[in-house]
Design a protein around this ligand. Structure first.
Ligand SMILES: [Zn+2]
Length: 483
């Protein structure tokens, strides 16, 4: 116990020394804290947002690849076989009350869901009646294209948790089983992150459903090779965004334990790309409660060298002990940790501890865990000394960016420059990179940040217009940013 406490103390000390070194290097004649305080007072929303787009932000640690495609990207890639590995896709544009729809692992196939999308291979096997309900993506009218795109983003006041969990994912349907298309969604994320000065991405990529255009399955190794080819392409390398994967377990499935065992075996053999395992899925479905996996994880820890775990917990608007239980089953990082604040003993355990909370402010608002940002526990966690980082979760469905998360945090919670540095640094320090890769990323971050500060010190205010990446979320939430 004493050893653990010492370990935590050393970690905290290292962090504070590094950060104060960062401040000291600029504090002789110039204090970034004072400069940033004045900037906050004077900058309008647009100036603050473009400053935060330009600011080095480290990494995004909580990122579901299949939730991270902007609607425009899905349409562009899925409607063009030249860009998606030769697949055609069909989406539902009308209802004829056809009979004979079956079901798949996500439940009954969505016969009453507009813009449910299937591959050409699946479409070929439908009855004539069913076929007539679907239209090939490249044949949609402009109005249908807009509706298709809106169907996979949370853009209406009445849309919330149910629309997201029960309809968005099912609409994406078979598009997420195409590794070429998904690898290109990853490339577009990397390009967007380069634009907003993000250097590292730890994204969740699953391979078991990967399917060729003729309906035959890829092996997971073959599917991973598609991503590797993309990641080694000139376009991807040009972004200089470092990418690692986590494998995600859909926790409420009946065979989730066997899935988890398979993931351990697979990730253990692919450690150069896969750095961890996650557990996902709506937490108000009790079938995926954390302690369900205790014995399986203990068994896995007997068989394999350590694999880091980032587990969703506390994404709930009711008090429970899921964050505590998630630490018990071995989590290194907590996804959301939103209701940690309702469990005082766990909150105490987390203070200055080694477990990071991945905060996703925009996600929590849009999925109705808060009515407004003032209800969010993020500032409490940050200022109690609980390690916390900002991340985007399913940015494609919110049409948002990591800069937007920082904008919300700064404007709602009056973050100081030192607090911004803590968040940025945590997003690399608490990544699952190997120690040598992490050291490289931290060095790159330090250089990037000191260049950024030097620019300010020379009297210039770094600004980057996020241009095409100004999404619907921020433009709706703070229209002045997009004027
Ligand atoms: Zn998530």
């Amino acid at each position: 116990m004493r050893l653990i406490t010492l370990g935590i103390a050393i970690l905290a000390l290292t962090l504070s020394i590094d950060l104060s070194a960062q401040s000291n290097s600029t504090s002789d004649a110039f204090s970034m804290n004072s400069w940033f305080r004045a900037f906050k007072q004077n900058a309008d929303a647009k100036a603050m947002h473009s400053f935060l787009v330009a600011m080095p932000k480290g990494g995004d640690l909580h990122h579901h690849l299949s939730g991270a495609g902007l609607s425009e990207w899905w349409f562009e890639l899925a409607s063009d076989p030249n860009k998606n590995g030769g697949y055609h896709y069909y989406t539902k544009v009308s209802f004829s009350h056809c009979e004979g729809y079956g079901s798949n692992e996500f439940g009954p196939t969505p016969q009453y869901m507009m813009f449910h999308t299937v591959s050409g291979h699946t479409w070929d096997a439908l009855s004539d009646c069913q076929k007539s309900e679907y239209k090939r993506l490249d044949r949609l009218t402009a109005e249908q294209i807009a509706a298709f795109q809106n169907s996979i983003r949370l853009d209406k006041p009445h849309e919330g948790r149910d629309e997201f969990f029960e309809r968005h994912w099912r609409r994406l349907g078979e598009m997420t089983a195409n590794p070429t298309l998904m690898a290109n969604i990853l490339l577009k994320n990397m390009q967007a992150y380069a634009q907003e000065n993000v250097q590292y991405l730890e994204t969740q990529v699953n391979l078991q459903r990967a399917t060729h255009s003729d309906g035959t399955p890829y092996t997971p190794e073959e599917a991973l090779a598609v991503y590797e080819a993309l990641l080694n392409s000139e376009e991807a390398l040009e972004t200089q965004v470092e990418v690692r994967f986590q494998y995600a377990l859909l926790r409420f499935l009946p065979n989730a334990e066997q899935q988890l065992a398979w993931m351990y075996e697979f990730v253990d053999t692919q450690r150069q790309r896969y750095v961890g395992i996650n557990m996902v899925g709506r937490e108000d479905n009790d079938k995926g409660y954390p302690l369900r996996f205790l014995s399986t994880l203990r068994e896995m820890r007997k068989r394999y060298p350590r694999i880091p775990l980032a587990i969703h917990a506390g994404e709930s608007d009711e008090p429970n002990y899921h964050v505590r239980d998630t630490l018990l089953i071995g989590a290194d990082r907590i996804g959301h940790g939103f209701n940690t604040i309702t469990d005082p003993e766990t909150l105490l355990l987390m203070r200055n501890g080694p477990y990071l909370i991945e905060s996703n402010l925009i996600s929590n608002l849009l999925l109705e865990y808060v009515d407004n940002f003032n209800q969010h526990p993020f500032p409490e966690y940050l200022r109690l000394g609980i390690p916390v980082a900002l991340s985007t979760d399913d940015r494609g469905m919110w049409d948002s960016t990591l800069s937007d998360e920082f904008f919300i945090a700064v404007t709602h919670f009056n973050l100081s420059w030192d607090e911004l540095l803590i968040l940025v640094k945590n997003s690399i320090s608490y990544s699952f990179l190997s120690p040598s890769d992490k050291a490289k990323q931290l060095e790159a971050l330090e250089k990037n940040m000191s260049d950024f500060v030097a620019q300010i010190q020379s009297g210039e205010i770094p600004q980057r217009n996020s241009g095409t990446y100004l999404g619907q979320f921020i433009c709706g939430y703070e229209p002045a940013v997009c004027e």
